[in-house]
Write a protein that binds this ligand. Sequence first.
Ligand code: ADP
Length: 421
Amino acid sequence: MESNTAPGTSSDTVSRAMYEQLQRRYERLMEISRQLNSTLDLGALLRRIIDAARELTDTEEASILLIDPATGELRFEAASNLSRAEMEAIPVPMQGSLAGWVATHGEPVLVRDAKSDARWFPRVDKTTQFSTRNLLAVPMNLHNRPIGVLEAINKRGDQPWSGDDRDILAALADQAAIAVQNARLFQQSDFIAEMVHELRTPLAALRASAALLARPTLPPDAYQEIVRTLQQETERLTALTTDFLDLARLESGRTRLEMTRFDVRALLDECVSLIAPKASERAISLTVRPGTQQAHADRDRIKQVLLNLLTNAIKYNVEGGSVTVALDVTPANRADAAQPGEQIVISVTDSGPGISAEDQPHIFDKFYRASAVAGQISGTGLGLSIAQRIVEAHGCALWFESTPGADTTFYFTLPLAGSAT
Ligand code: ADP
């Protein structure tokens, strides 16, 4: 490159120093990119990306928002200044946020005064007491389509934002998009491997039963027993494949939510009458507490969640026990950042025997079944994973409280229908 300044002058030294600094940043980017490709743990990967973004742009904070494949909405997946509960409680709209603008236009945006930009989404600062002054947001592109947005927030020191910052963050974001995709594919392949493993047990039982039936002499009792096994295991295979497909669809984004306004009380009553025959088989009483609310959600999907929780509350209950369903609005003492009165809370309480301390951390894991019930009570271990995925696709949460030996309550939140919906 030609220079108008004579060699050795101070301005030449400055530009050389800047050039060397830029070269160091690119070398660091290459090093970070290699590290990104060495992990398939999505959570750890996202944390590495935000650390790298802060380091490469010299900013106070950084965050990653990914487009939720199920809903097409933006979600915080990692942020240096937000807790997990805050990230879950703040869905970021596509319309009316800088991240949404970047995701829809597929272009970077540099904002020197965030608060005066009409696209800025102030809710994050309001919820967290953090003050965003300036930010650079770039799309995370995969095959020319954005899968998310990487943001670097509040430049440190007195260096202004530069075109180099934009280029280097854009390069990191594209590397990050590939690494995120790899981690997601790995998660899926893990799920498929587990599924194949789960299919083996009923298949082995079917095979053994078929071999026994083929024997020329078989006592009539044994015949009945084999037919029962054939029926049970075929049902188990059907349930497993149905649940597996449902979960795979939810995770891959092939399921779209059909959002409508509906009366939650009417839905609770409908689900309770569907489940009543199963309850009376075990002499379990079903009660719906008084109250009503209008929700804005996918009614069929929420029905599926409720039926799953109610079925569990009956299956894993004591003979002659009770199940109580209640609805309320978010209380003030929720651990996450949902505002009091902002969401509907539905609870399903059963009279026990509860979930043991060892099982509690795992019951939302795919295929997990408490050892006390596996083999005794039929199930796939996928119902709660599906229910959780559906509730989370609404930007809401599903959780439980259980006293081992006593009782269990599952809770989930739902968006309250505003006057406009
Ligand atoms: P499934 O019922 O098909 O096994 P789920 O994903 O719905 O699968 O539940 C996972 C596990 O959580 C169950 O196998 C059971 O051990 C436990 N569980 C779920 N609900 C309850 C409940 N209400 N009380 C006690 N244990 C429960």
